[in-house]
Design a protein around this ligand. Sequence first.
Ligand SMILES: [Cu+2]
Length: 159
Amino acid sequence: MVLPRTLWTASAALLGACTSADEPTDTSPSGDAGPLHAECSGAEDFEIGLHKPGMADSLHMRVLDAVPARPEKFENDWLIEVGDDDGPIEAAEITVEPYMPTHGHDGTFAPEVSPMDEAGQYAIDRINLWMAGPWEVRFMIRIGDTEVDRIVYDVCIEG
Ligand SMILES: [Cu+2]
């Protein structure tokens, strides 16, 4: 579990910048993070604050905090913020699936999703990234009975 933060206002102001940053501008190997796992070529560099638009382009997500700060093997806890252009999305039904695309398996159990008091914030606990290599952390977001969007974070686990 990570602590809630009151960042929605600041985050909303940054959404425009995020959506224009989808194109990678630096494809050189990251100097700080060391070499990625061999199967992780093309994975983006995960960092706290990373913003992603949904595949349907109706919602956005930001990782407000992560423990550990860079994803590591086995269990990871994230604090996320979900919103659309009008602000935070409360009462979303969020399903999270860690998935290893190169091997076709999941994290063996579903992470725990807990709405926080701060509007639009959800704690995602026990994201089990149990092998080295590339993972997708897949978020499926429903409001009522309607699936509104899907958002995927690509992360690389060092082995
Ligand atoms: Cu695997």
